[in-house]
Design a protein around this ligand. Structure first.
Ligand code: UTP
Length: 278
């Protein structure tokens, strides 16, 4: 069973400055809900109930969001606005939230390693909240699809999607042997390759299931691209020693770490989710 999910949220979100000067990128609202809450809801729909966050300076708002605000509760108790808090109240009551800090930005791999004490020695999920994933009504959430696969194969899994060739430099890109429709056994992984060096157009997005041996591999991973400790380097070592799967998920992913993707997600959620719930 996958019971825990880690959210590395220590990044500075510089692409959104000045909005992210005093506010974490993960708290930016897509319509009426912070980005990070979409990720927690997706994991919760996959049966996960223990959440760990790797935060940093200036990220207090994330902790406050997943805690009760007594003044606010008191203020709106019994009013028509109470229903607006239902979704976050449900999350707070049914899950646990733990926080630790990454005090130096040494990359995603380092952030995941920093979360080790929150994940203990079990397989766990990782969500990068700036990738917002949506699925059709009645479909499993993207992470729920991956958890089902994990229960079958019991190894690390990365979510992938096809990207245009001129976009490979923004992602980790895999090469793999096809196992069945949309599922590959990873044979190679390259972090942010130029199109000519990309082993395919299958790019890793911000959804992972990792087996705990990843921590030791991360400890032995030297800084790679951009001087950061890259999760892709540790995953490649894991793939070579055993097995890592890459899964082409069903659903849509919005790159909310970029302005264009964020606006696209906002329009999509407004038209397809928010309006339907009014
Ligand atoms: P990004 O590089 O996309 O996010 O990292 P960023 O640094 O916050 O954004 P920009 O580029 O400055 O606008 C991907 C994810 O990994 C986390 C980030 O918080 C983000 O969710 N991350 C990255 C860490 O937690 N620690 C790191 O050292 C690096």
């Amino acid at each position: 069973m996958i019971r825990k999910c880690l959210f590395p949220v220590a990044g500075y979100g510089t692409r959104f400055l000045p909005a992210t000067k005093a506010m974490p990128k993960e708290i930016l609202p897509v319509v009426n809900k912070p980005l990070v809450q979409y990720g927690v809801e997706e994991a919760s729909a996959a049966g996960i109930s223990e959440f760990g966050f790797v935060t940093g300076r200036g990220k207090r708002a994330i902790e406050d969001h997943f805690d009760i605000s007594f003044e606010l509760e008191h203020q709106i108790a019994g009013s028509g606005k109470e229903s607006l808090l239902t979704s976050i109240r449900d999350l707070i009551h049914n899950n646990t939230f733990a926080f630790t800090r990454q005090n130096e930005m040494k990359g995603l791999g380092h952030a995941i390693l920093t979360g080790r004490n929150l994940m203990s020695d079990n397989p766990f999920a990782v969500i990068l909240a700036d990738d917002l994933c949506v699925v059709d009504e009645g479909e499993d959430s993207v992470l729920a699809q991956m958890v089902k696969l994990y229960n079958q194969f019991r190894c690390s899994i990365v979510a992938i999607m096809e990207v245009p060739e001129d976009q490979t430099h923004k992602y980790g890109v895999i090469a793999g042997e096809s196992m069945k429709d949309g599922l590959y056994r990873v044979t190679d992984m390259v972090e942010k390759p130029a199109p000519k060096d990309a082993p395919s157009n299958l790019a890793i997005i911000g959804r992972y299931i990792l087996t705990p041996d990843i921590f030791e591999l991360l400890e032995n991973t030297e800084p790679g691209k951009n001087g950061e400790i890259q999760i892709t380097d540790a995953l490649l070592a894991q793939a070579k020693a055993g097995c890592v799967l890459a899964y082409q998920f069903r659903g849509r992913r919005f790159d909310c770490g970029s302005i264009d993707g964020f606006v696209e997600a906002t329009n999509y959620i407004y038209e397809n989710v928010y309006k339907n719930n009014q």
